[in-house]
Design a protein around this ligand. Structure first.
Ligand SMILES: [Zn+2]
Length: 621
């Protein structure tokens, strides 16, 4: 369910341009329109910086103004004096994060709906009106214009996604969040484990109330996760190997007697539902007292990929065709008690693993939020290629409020080329088409993560306006950020994507240590030639050369990961070997960054990776 309002109109052509700079002097003043709003102050300071960058002038920021000021007044935020001046703007009617950019006589209004609209209005003004591009931290392209003036403007825009979140190294930088118009100050628990697993503690409930927990009808096998025999083996193992005293022997006895396992609960158990509901209400009450009521409270399944097989759960699943039905019924019951007491809070739950498909007829309550995780898709192509996931999303979006958790990195090695470059942008287009309400994209961490600045920029632009074309955006980024090397990098991207698609039946997961599933020595040679040309194209520019050098680390390190294998393959196939003749030199070149490049993959720093390759390729005398 989603509502988009996009209204753009240009004021009467007779109106004069609004003057901001004149021969390098400021002829405008910045007025904080909303003195109470932190966003208004932040946006005013950003505006001051960028206008100075463009005109060379110092712009004053004031909180008070009147008509005797002869300068152009740029109002940042929609409170105070601006209301009298721009009486035709319905400031109070602005939706969440909706923006207004409007010239009024000789003045300019940049404002937006709470909580971040004013910041986004200023950021959009920089990008769409002044022509600035903020590519990455420390990389701002801005025009030089000591006589800056803007043509009459009358723009009102509401971003179609209420949540726009990029979980990545760059996505976490405050400046990036403002320029990329991400939901930067939202208290959003991106990886919620939820209340059920916290409330239904086995030591408190399992022995006395096994009926609260999942019934395991089938024996399964010791190798199949979540089955009776698997858990039994695991708990018996834990009884010996976990610190003593522990309860595992007692719990094996309960498991054998009742066939109920505490790792998952029974969503049809009235007792379990009561415990969970009470815990939810208690937590929200506590949050409210602390002045920090969240927008979402999570009642989510966690990673336990199995479901209760009791009669009630089986019957429901049989009728509705999906495990999600049992969850939705339970979450709806919790939500019914939350609604009257906490009307602004949504109860969030996952569509994930066995609950990904929506129920046939049951629908989530109005205050329930579905968090659909595209965890099980092949990352090689957009979600539209995979009907099960695409259809599930379309249906969830039709019957409820849906956020999507998408994945845009290889979490076992952020430095490898990850040949899904067009997927995230195309996915955002689809999310918009079916009416998804919010997006969280989990990207890469680490300073040299594979084309991370480009990925974040393109995804952020698409989330702000999904009608744009991701490929065009990508080309704009590459030419803007890498200068004359841009076209070679685009060709490199196409080369990597083609290589992955040439590999028949490739399942591009998010957890591969190396490129062995798809990249051949021929692909690596092609990539290396392109990086050589890219480097040559920007040799004279220190900053661009440094950016290309960093991007090239994906390929340099990929050669090292499979060095002997590539050498042998080249020899066997009669191909040139364009990998580094002296791999130790590649290691030497990244040695200064051993501790400053952050992550290598989830849970491991770059230094751990560095130590591995250093051992493999020790320093040469
Ligand atoms: Zn059950």
């Amino acid at each position: 369910m989603m509502c988009v309002l996009l209204a753009t109109a240009i004021a009467s052509p007779a109106a004069a341009a609004v003057r901001i700079g004149e021969a390098g002097d400021a002829v405008a003043v910045i007025v904080v329109g909303d003195v109470e709003s932190k966003g208004s102050h932040i946006a005013a300071a950003d505006l001051q910086d960028v206008l100075k960058r463009i005109t060379g002038a110092e712009f004053e920021i004031v909180e008070q103004t009147d008509d005797t000021d002869a300068r152009t007044r740029i109002f940042v935020g929609g409170g105070g004096p601006v209301r009298a001046i721009a009486s035709d703007i319905d400031f109070d009617g602005l939706a969440r994060d909706e923006i207004v950019m409007k010239t009024v006589g000789r003045d300019l209004v940049l404002a937006g709906g709470g909580p971040r609209g004013t910041v986004y209005a200023v950021s959009t003004f920089f990008q769409d009106v002044l022509g600035c591009r903020w590519w990455a931290p420390g990389a701002l392209t801005a025009p030089n214009d000591p006589d800056l003036a803007v043509e009459p403007l009358d723009v009102r825009y509401r971003p179609p996604f209420e949540l726009r979140f990029v979980l990545s190294q760059i996505g976490g930088v405050p400046e990036a969040r403002r320029w990329h118009r991400l939901s930067y100050d939202l208290s959003f628990d991106i990886s919620p484990r939820g209340i059920p697993s916290r409330a239904l503690r086995p030591d408190r409930y399992y022995a006395d109330h096994p009926e609260y927990f999942a019934y395991l009808r089938e024996d399964g096998s010791e190798d199949r996760e979540g089955t009776y025999l698997f858990l039994r083996k695991q708990w018996k193992h834990n009884a010996i190997h976990e610190p003593k005293p522990n309860s595992y022997n007692k719990w094996v006895e309960v498991l054998d007697r009742t066939r109920r396992a505490y790792n998952q609960f029974c969503p049809n158990s009235a007792g379990a539902r009561r415990v969970i509901t009470d815990a939810v209400l208690e937590e929200l009450e506590k949050n409210r007292s602390a002045g920090a009521l969240p927008e979402i409270v999570w009642v989510a399944q966690g990673h336990a990929n199995f479901m209760c097989q009791c009669d009630a759960c089986e019957a429901m699943r049989g009728r509705e065709g999906s495990d999600s039905s049992n969850w939705i019924r339970m979450v709806n019951a919790v939500a019914a008690e939350v609604a009257p007491k906490f009307p602004t809070v949504k109860v969030g739950t996952f569509a994930f693993l066995h609950t990904e498909a929506p129920p046939a007829t049951l629908e989530p309550a109005d205050n329930v939020l579905i968090y659909h995780m595209l965890h099980e898709t092949n990352r090689l192509d957009p979600v539209t290629t995979y009907p099960f996931h695409a259809d599930a999303m379309r249906k969830w979006a039709r019957i409820g409020t849906v956020y999507v958790w998408d994945y845009d990195a290889n979490y076992r090695n952020y430095y490898q080329p990850y040949p899904n470059y067009f997927v995230s942008g195309q996915n955002v287009k689809y999310f918009h088409e079916v009416g998804v309400d919010g997006i969280m994209v989990q990207g890469g961490f680490g300073k040299a993560a594979d084309l991370a600045a480009m990925r974040t920029w393109v995804t952020a632009q698409m989330m702000w306006n999904p009608k744009r074309d991701p490929r065009t955006l990508m080309i704009e980024f590459l030419n803007g950020y890498y200068g004359a090397a841009g076209p070679y990098l685009m060709e490199y991207i196409e080369t990597m994507v083609d290589a992955a698609h040439r590999k028949k039946g490739l399942w591009l997961g998010s957890y591969a240590f190396t490129t062995k599933d798809w990249a051949t020595v021929r692909d690596m040679n092609a990539a290396t030639r392109l990086f050589n040309e890219a480097a040559a194209a920007v040799r004279a520019d220190r900053i661009l050369a440094q950016r290309v050098w960093l991007a090239r680390k994906s390929i340099d390190l990929s050669w090292l990961d499979r060095y002997d294998e590539f050498r042998n393959a080249a020899r066997e196939q009669g191909l040139p070997f364009l990998g580094p003749a002296n791999p130790s030199k590649i290691v030497d070149a990244v040695a200064p960054f051993r501790t400053s490049w952050g992550h290598w993959h989830i849970g491991k720093p770059f230094s751990a990776y560095f130590d591995e390759i250093r051992e493999k390729f020790p320093p040469q005398p």
